[in-house]
Design a binder for this molecule. Structure first.
Ligand SMILES: NC(=O)c1ccc[n+]([C@@H]2O[C@H](COP(=O)([O-])OP(=O)(O)OC[C@H]3O[C@@H](n4cnc5c(N)ncnc54)[C@H](O)[C@@H]3O)[C@@H](O)[C@H]2O)c1
Length: 255
């Protein structure tokens, strides 16, 4: 077991990549805090982990809300005594913005969850990690934090790509500044992955074929393939890796 006796706090853990990561980390021996804004779905994940013999606790809340972030981090320490691993998987696109939101409101919504939410979680969790000699942070960025979208998919002003570029840079900055505190901060840049985030696109066979063609491997990824990369970066196997940006994208960003 690669995460025996570790405490892992995972946001966005009710669905997709976060959910797969929570289940994998629990199977690898970690005590997992399943955190998400969707409390019901998060409760189901906790139940499944417990049914499989793992250790998990639900702490719901929005990463975009500073008071909630302090409560999630504080609750994790209260429950398990410390935080060894943070995985920031909570994320949204413009489609998740409140109905009738105008461009500015959509922009602030996406940046608020993807960029500010990741920063807030990193900030408060790293304060706790410093108290216990360090830890490992894995941020979910995206291939679109590295390359521009094709014109067929974007209009040049999508806050999603801007927010993910910000997550890449937050990761590098923390990697540099917090190495002295024993905190390793790395990020994953997935290509398109089959999750609830992408069903709006992948449900249409023609769009799915176009997305598949963007990846040299000719297919989209699966959540468990991203979770395994998160496991590597979170585990001691990555003990000399910090500030790294790892593409897990079937070759997309290599083109
Ligand atoms: N699926 C992809 O193709 C893909 C590709 C690259 C990067 N990513 C990134 O990976 C991460 C996970 O994506 P996914 O595909 O698993 O998406 P998903 O929609 O399946 O899961 C995201 C989870 O985040 C939660 N969430 C949304 N807003 C939140 C908030 N304010 N506070 C707490 N939780 C919140 C949702 O309830 C959901 O459970 C995201 O950051 C996403 O941008 C996904």
């Amino acid at each position: 077991m690669r995460l025996e006796s570790k405490v892992a706090l995972i946001t966005g853990a009710a669905s997709g990549i976060g959910e797969a990561t929570a289940e994998l980390f629990a199977a690898e021996g970690a005590s997992v805090v399943v955190s998400d804004i969707n409390e019901d779905a998060a409760r189901d994940v906790v139940q499944r982990i417990q049914d499989a013999g793992g250790e998990a606790t639900l702490i719901a809340g929005s990463v975009a809300d500073r008071a909630a972030v302090e409560r999630i981090v504080g609750g994790t320490v209260e429950r398990y005594g410390r935080i060894d691993i943070l995985v920031n998987s909570a994320g949204v696109t413009r489609r998740h913005a409140p109905e009738n939101a105008d461009f500015d409101e959509q922009w602030e919504f996406v940046m608020g969850v993807n960029m500010k939410g990741t920063m807030l979680m990193c900030r408060f969790a790293s304060d706790e990690m410093k108290k216990t000699g360090g830890g490992a942070i894995v941020n979910l960025a995206s291939v679109y934090g590295l390359v521009g979208r094709p014109a067929s998919l974007g209009d040049g002003f999508d806050p999603y790509t801007q927010s993910k570029g910000g997550v890449v840079q937050l990761t590098r900055e923390m990697g540099v500044t917090m190495a002295k505190d024993g905190i390793r901060t790395n990020c994953l840049c997935p290509g398109f992955v089959h999750t609830n985030l992408t069903t709006g696109l992948t449900g249409d066979p023609e769009t799915l074929a176009k997305l598949e063609a963007l990846h040299p491997m000719g297919r989209l990824g699966e959540s468990h393939e991203i979770a395994k990369a998160a496991l590597f970066l979170a585990s001691d196997d990555a003990s000399f890796i910090t500030g790294a940006v790892l593409s897990v994208d079937g070759g997309y960003a290599a083109q």
